[in-house]
Write a new protein. Sequence first.
Length: 81
Amino acid sequence: MSTPWLPPSAAFRRLPPPSAAFRRQSLAGEPLVPQLAVVAVGLASVAAISPARSEATFNRGEGRRVVAPAEPRASAASVWR
């Protein structure tokens, strides 16, 4: 079945602009909000995890290098008297 024929004036009639209450975001702006939310969650998680991971790495590696020279001196008999 075909669509009914419309005269040119009726086919290209302009619709009234939507009111401000029902105006939608543009198509370009719609994916922006979820993208910004994903970036914000990612940054927050990195900011939360990074200091703890850095401290663990320091304690495992650099902290051991700092403590290593002190251990033989601490186990000396003169320290325990």
